[in-house]
Design a protein around this ligand. Structure first.
Ligand code: NI
Length: 137
């Protein structure tokens, strides 16, 4: 762990008050932790814009009874096998499945994959979580 430094920030009182209210709602233990998270989120967004080597997860929820849908999502994933590290399938109930796909690679390919899965007819929920390699944050 690197050394901690203290710095001061000047901002409008109303803005700070809004920020403090939000972080209290989110149960942040300290303002410092909330600011660290904001800075890290900003760095992660920049990692994704550069797009060289990013990691993340794509979460899907769908009804497996729609047979063509299961096969379609599988076809799409095979087209992007080079950016898929692994996937996990959970049977949520009699009808619904949750799938989490771990992705690693170029932003453009991962965003394309996530968009194709999300826009597949019958997918109930789909989201791309942009994570970090952890190296630059
Ligand atoms: Ni299932």
């Amino acid at each position: 762990m690197t050394d901690l430094v203290r710095f001061s920030v000047s901002l409008e009182e109303t803005l700070l008050s809004k920020f403090d209210k939000e972080i209290k709602k989110d149960n942040y233990p300290t303002r410092s932790k909330a600011i660290k998270d904001l800075i890290r989120e900003s760095l992660i967004k920049k990692e994704w814009v550069k797009g060289k080597n990013v990691v993340g997860t794509i979460t899907l929820v769908y009804d497996h009874h729609k047979r063509e849908l299961t096969s379609k999502t599988m076809d799409i994933q095979h087209d992007y096998h080079n950016v898929i590290v692994s996937s996990q399938h959970v049977h949520l109930d009699h009808d619904n499945c949750l799938e989490v796909v771990i992705v690693k690679g170029h932003t453009r390919e991962i965003v394309d994959l996530a968009r194709k899965l999300k826009t597949t007819k019958g997918i109930k929920y789909s989201t791309l979580n942009m994570a970090s390699t952890g190296k630059n944050i």
